[in-house]
Unconditional design. Structure first.
Lengths: 398, 360
């Protein structure tokens, strides 16, 4: 009996090991998605002529997974398009950071072990701040699609952004409201345990003051209280606010819209890029979003984006949001920058970083999220913000 | 009686084995790292693993030895982390030596966490029942919100602190002089920390922690704590001051958590309060439970394996968390199943006597 148990244990161990390796194989197939790359690995040469290794870091699981997966998918489409063109080729790999700075540094280290040459990401702000310090020390070029805090790029020459910085969004929103809704009183509801929301609110209020807007009410919420806004909505109603500024992601915004409709409160709701995605949110009555205004760099109904939207829908069965477009643009910006800087794939990540840092300020890229995007040495992008209003379930330029 | 004494005198052997194992692991890893054999991914995991080991040892003291549940241990870690970061960033010019600054920061982090543990223990440890679990759970959540409201900066005039109670203050309200830096930016967390934690520091703190915890268990105080855990009424009847001994154990536990926090906070250039949430507390509790309540070596091994596992499984992409969950369940089943335990005991006969030596 004793012998049998040992043998059975051994067999079970073997079975487990086999399972693990089988899963490994499958996982490997999933990641190495580019055709060019599989050829390269068969030959045993890691980077064939002109094949750059680019890595993406973002939340692929957990609460922020929609953003990470959208950017990952968007970037994948760009990689496939570029590889199909010939010329510079990309080998692409995405690592999960669960929207956690600690895990993000782990993901970054994993990519460095893999031999990454240019990084797209991290997608979300807090992980991006943590990784930026590491990447700065290691001299690896990072272009984040959507981490919008200035802390991401401050004092780090190798960090660049595709999205607006939070202060830019706050200022642009205040300017737009001051211009189009002059003399009306404004309420702000924001999430005070979130760097993104707090960052936009801070510059919005500062700019609103400068432009002579009156902020009649400010309401806050946190992750734990993001399910009920009756206090904040009632308070903005009794404060007589005619414009309600919502610098937040779309889930809490959807609750606010619903609760405002319930008490027949219909001010102009004004959102920022995090509001993008509200129309495709499951279980949300999109008619409640009628008349909502938002500043967004990307609209899926834009004719320029039609090809991308079609490709995305075919591959992933959903309408791409702004994060997907940011991811797509990020890969194309890197593509343009690599060409402009004259990099070759056999250069080290540090050499590529120096060349790209020098090349970025000279670059002008037309992308899905803005025409004529340019960068200054700080890493912040300059492009025109676009305000849209939701009418009949689509974005319309007012 | 003589048999019992023999068991007790045999116990330190197991302690020495723990020290030896930790030291051997440290030497091995340092050698591997020196030889360039360690991947960057593994290098990045070294300090966090040390932090989680210290956390697991600290929580094991509360859960395994004292027999009380703490569901907000990450809250004490958070206090240690943020106070450590504030101290370190403020002293950059005054104490240019990284190692010295790290020691000061960890000491301050430990004191702050110890004080919080004392305040919480004061009312709660007098009560019977699950109150410590309830209060620490609340403490973990409260401390997260408090730190989210905290804006701290440092300039030539010293430390500036604002408590952003109404949510309308920003870093600009600190009125920092020229050359001042914001250390904690409220909800945005502590950003731009100069990272000074090292694996060697982590190793030394693990050794200190092990030394404190293992000797505590064997001390007069530790035996009193164990007696209270096993039978409170009997302990009281022989004159053991329940409140006092529980307080000593709990404050030691939170002090160690504060040290782990300071080490953790100074290992990342960015930390935010929401990292130290309920999930982190439970993660550490999982390490403790799977490693075995009251079993310090088990905590060390469980923390190491379970922390590295999801990172080592990165190659499996989307399946890795699934596998991680299955491993957790398997370990739980394996360690609790009497048949499997017997099998292990048969394979490693030496463990039998060691197992008998620990207080269960």
């Amino acid at each position: 009996m004793k012998k049998y148990t040992k043998i059975i244990a051994l067999l079970l161990c073997l079975a487990m090991a086999v399972c693990v390796f089988a899963a490994c194989k499958k996982g490997g197939d999933d990641t190495d998605t580019t055709a060019a790359d599989t050829d390269a690995t068969v030959d045993g040469t890691q980077t064939a002529a002109g094949t750059f290794k680019i890595g993406l870091i973002g939340p692929l699981t957990g609460g922020a997974a929609i953003y990470g997966n959208a950017a990952k998918n968007g970037a994948q489409i760009a990689v496939d398009e570029i590889n199909a063109k010939g010329g510079i080729q990309f080998e692409y790999k995405a690592e999960d950071d669960e929207h956690d700075p600690e895990k993000s540094v782990n993901a970054y280290n994993t990519l460095v072990d893999w031999g990454v040459q240019v990084i797209v990401g991290p997608i979300t702000t807090k992980p991006a701040v943590a990784v930026s310090a590491e990447a700065y020390a290691d001299r690896i070029f990072c272009l984040t699609p959507s981490a919008s805090s200035t802390d991401v790029i401050d004092n780090k020459d190798n960090m660049f952004q595709v999205c607006f910085t939070d202060p830019n969004q706050g200022t642009a929103s205040a300017d737009y409201i001051a211009e189009n809704f002059a003399g009306k009183s404004v309420a702000v509801i924001y999430k005070n345990d979130d760097a993104y929301s707090q960052g936009i609110r801070d510059t919005f209020v500062a700019e609103a003051e400068a432009k002579g807007l009156t902020v009649a009410y400010e309401g806050t919420f946190t992750d734990a209280t993001a399910t009920d806004f009756s206090v904040q909505v009632n308070a903005s109603k009794s404060a007589g606010a005619e414009v309600v500024f919502l610098p937040m992601y779309y889930e809490p915004a959807s609750v606010i819209l619903k609760q405002a409709a319930d008490i027949d409160y219909a001010p102009v709701f004004f959102g920022v890029d995090g509001m993008d995605g509200i129309l495709t949110m499951e279980g949300f009555d999109a008619s409640l979003a009628e008349g909502v205004m938002l500043l967004t760099p990307f609209s899926a109904d834009d004719p320029d984006a039609a090809d991308f939207v079609a490709a995305y829908q075919e591959a992933y069965n959903e309408v791409p949001n702004q994060f997907a477009a940011d991811g797509y643009d990020a890969v194309y910006i890197i593509y343009e920058a690599l060409q402009a800087a004259g990099c070759t794939a056999d250069m080290s990540a540090a050499d590529i970083c120096e060349k790209l840092v020098a090349a970025m300020p000279t670059l002008t890229v037309d992308g899905l999220t803005g025409d004529g995007m340019t960068w200054d040495a700080s890493g912040a992008v300059s492009k025109a913000p676009m305000a849209v209003v939701i009418k009949d379930g689509v974005y319309v330029t007012p | 009686m003589s048999k019992k004494l023999k068991k007790l005198s045999g116990a330190p052997k197991r302690d020495y084995f723990s020290y030896l194992l930790v030291t051997a692991a440290f030497i091995l890893i340092t050698a591997l790292n020196g030889g360039g054999l360690l991947s960057k991914q593994m290098q990045g995991l070294l300090v966090p693993v040390c932090c989680y080991i210290i956390m697991a040892l600290s929580l094991n003291l509360t859960v395994g030895i004292m027999g009380e549940l703490s569901l907000g241990h990450a809250g004490f870690m958070s206090l240690g982390a943020f106070s450590g970061v504030v101290v370190s960033q403020s002293l950059i010019t005054a104490v240019p030596n990284d190692a010295l600054r790290l020691v000061i920061s960890i000491a301050v982090g430990a004191v702050v966490a110890a004080f919080a543990g004392f305040l919480i223990g004061l009312p709660v440890l007098r009560l019977r029942g699950d109150y410590l679990a309830i209060v620490t759970l609340a403490f973990g959540e409260i401390i997260m919100d408090v730190i989210n409201c905290l804006i701290v900066g440092h300039d030539a005039n010293g430390l500036h602190v604002i408590f952003n109670f109404r949510g309308d203050k920003t870093v600009a309200d600190l009125d920092l002089a020229e050359g001042g830096v914001a250390i904690i930016k409220g909800a945005q967390g502590a950003v731009g920390t100069k990272t000074i934690s090292t694996f060697t520091a982590g190793f030394i703190i693990i050794l200190i922690t092990l030394f404190i915890v293992l000797n505590f268990i064997r001390s007069r105080t530790g035996r009193a704590v164990i007696a209270i855990r096993d039978n409170r009424i009997a302990a009281e009847s022989v004159g053991v001051d329940v409140m006092k001994y529980k307080m000593i154990a709990f404050v030691i536990s939170t002090t160690l958590a504060g040290m782990a926090g300071a080490l953790y906070g100074l290992n990342f250039s960015m930390i935010s309060a929401d990292k130290f949430n309920f999930n982190t507390s439970i993660l550490v509790l999982v390490f403790v439970v799977l490693g075995g309540l009251g079993n310090m070596l088990g905590s060390i091994i469980a923390a190491t394996v379970l922390y590295i596992l999801p990172e080592a499984l990165r190659g499996l992409q989307d399946y890795r968390m699934l596998i991680y969950a299955i491993v957790l369940i398997l370990v739980m089943l394996a360690t609790n199943n009497p048949k499997v335990r017997n099998l292990f005991l048969r394979i490693i006969p030496k463990r039998k006597s060691a197992e008998g030596g620990t207080a269960k």
